[in-house]
Each structure stands twice: as C-alpha cells, then as structure tokens.
Ligand binder design. Sequence first.
Ligand SMILES: [Zn+2]
Length: 240
Amino acid sequence: MRLYCHEHPETLTLESEVADARPGAIALADSPFYPGGGGQPGDRGVIRWEGGEAAVTGFEYEGGRLWHLIEGNALAKGRALAAVDPDFRRLMRQLHTGTHILNALVFQAFDGALVTGVQMSGDGSARMDFDLPGADNEKLRALEAPINDAIRQDIALDFVYVPLADAEAQHGLIRSRSVAPPPTPDGLIRIVEIVGLDRQACGGTHLASTGASPPLRILKIDNKGRHNRRVRIALAGNAG
Ligand SMILES: [Zn+2]
C-alpha cells in the first residue's frame, strides 16, 4: 500500500477531486490523510467543498477506495480541500518515532525481542507490548536515558521499499505481524530506518529526524502474563 502521506509527509492540505460521495462519507482522488493502522490512530481534520465542509471522524476501505467518514450527511461534489489537523499529525509523528526508538533499544538490549502489540493514544502516550519472558523491569526502565540520547542526537529517518520476501528473510525487519503494513500491489513493503539505530517494516507516519520530538518518559511497566511486558511511554508535556 502506498499512501500519499508517505510520499508527501509535509503536505497537510491538498485540493483534489471528489471521486465518490455518500451520506456520511467522501472518497477523494488524492488524500493527504493517514487513515490509521499498526496501532497509530488516523489523522484528524476537515474536508471543505463549495457549499459545505465536514470534520473527518474516521476512515474505511471499501470497493478499493479510501473513504473519509464525516460528521453529518452532506453530499460533497466537485473539487474539495482536505486539511489534516497539523498539531495532531505532529504529535503522532513524534510519538510514533518514539515507539521505534524504544523498540530498537529493546531489540538490542534484550536479544532481538519482538513486539506483540502497540497502541498509540491521541493524548500523546502509547503502550508497547514485548515478548520478554523473565525480563528485569528495571533494565527496561533504564532505557529512558538512551531513548532521549537518540532524540538529542537528531538522527535522520529514511524510507525505502523492499520486496516482501527479502524483508521476511531478515530477522527483526518485521517486528510484529500486527504492525507490518500490507505490501504494495507489486509486492513491496515499506521499510522505515532511523539511520544507524533501527530498521523495520512500518506503514505509519514518522518524523524526518528524531530531534523534532520532545523528550519521552517511560511511565510504567506492567507484566502481562509470563511472557509479555507492557511499557507505557508519553511525550513530555502531554497527558498519559
Ligand atoms: Zn513506524
């Protein structure tokens, strides 16, 4: 799957043709919205057209199209201006990049431990579950300092597409079945690299470099069964 927001991550407002409309939903020829997935909530924002506008409340794929679910039953037509909420997008890019940094450090410190689940929240916090039988929670908590070192170093991110079979052959490139994005129609999968720190398949939105994030805090570590550790993190200055 190739998304406009992957190719043009800084374009948050886009004029486009209304491709289809029904009460409560609009499909656009091109959309700057991230529709959500892999534990990351979809973008918020608004779509305006001549004679109307509506807040975007969610997304669904149907009939090979991305539908923007909207408030109310107005029927959009003609040209539309799609506008992503810039503050929410920035928050999710920061938080999502932070989950990669945590993930990379856990992978390194705990012998290639994999992710079993991730859920980001709109309040700037996230939880990540790792397959870590018998892990020392203090060793996990101690990752907060190296996470913030990685943010301070302002490391660039890079995005490439590789054949799915190649990605599957390399341990650790697909950290979690539930987080890996669907491949493109030509069998490619998107790889997100924090240069020199982390490389993994992912379909979300990320910063261009780590330094655009505020510091991250590790709020809490819970044991979820014998195997799983749940790590809660939050961006400094946000709830959680
Ligand atoms: Zn990601």
